[in-house]
Design a binder for this molecule. Structure first.
Ligand code: HEC
Length: 159
């Protein structure tokens, strides 16, 4: 009898260990997918399109075209919002850099300390998964060739 109870207890704790392992694996897994901007994931792209429209289009343009004369500093010394389409330089940066700029704004390490910019930090307004989604949407608007070049930049940045 007592042996029986003992083995049952063992089985139960083994079960608990298994469940905990599965939970940890699940968490790791969901983190991995949340940290991706996949222009082929239609659901993520659609989520990003709505976020872009609501939060980004006012400066970066309804069609990702950016503000007029975006290369020229304004009289206040700040730069206008650049396009996110292929005419801009968004695609010159890795996903992680774009994520960092979107989440934290133009602060170190992506800009000099005390750099003055109109680009807001979105980390308090948007969830990380929203930021990855908006980047997926932006990437979905680039040509296959530009996406391939930017994918190469991601690979280099990961080294
Ligand atoms: C109030 C205007 C404004 C809004 C709204 C805005 N941005 Fe910006 N953004 C800027 C400006 C201005 C810059 C360029 C800043 C500089 O270089 O000084 C910029 C730069 C960027 C860059 C860097 C691009 C590059 O090639 O270096 C990214 C990425 C970016 N914005 C993403 C976003 C996203 C995503 C949103 C919406 C969630 C957004 N921005 C909303 C003004 C804005």
């Amino acid at each position: 009898m007592s042996i029986n109870i003992h083995t049952q207890g063992c089985k139960r704790s083994f079960g608990l260990v298994l469940i905990s392992l599965m939970l940890v694996a699940g968490l790791l897994n969901s983190n991995a997918t949340a940290g991706e901007a996949n222009p082929h994931d239609t659901k993520q792209v659609e989520q990003g399109r709505l976020i872009y429209k609501q939060f980004c289009a006012v400066c970066h343009g309804e069609n990702l075209e950016g503000q007029a004369n975006w290369r020229k500093r304004k009289s206040d010394g700040k730069l206008p919002a650049p396009p996110h389409d292929e005419t801009g330089h968004t695609w010159h940066h890795s996903d992680n850099v774009l994520f960092g700029i979107t989440k934290n704004g133009l602060v170190p390490p992506h800009a000099p300390a005390n750099y003055k910019s109109d680009m807001p930090a979105w980390g308090t307004t948007l969830k990380d998964s929203d930021i990855w989604a908006v980047l997926a949407y932006i990437k979905s608007r680039w040509s296959t060739k530009t996406r391939a070049i930017q994918a190469g930049i991601n690979v280099k940045a990961a080294k």
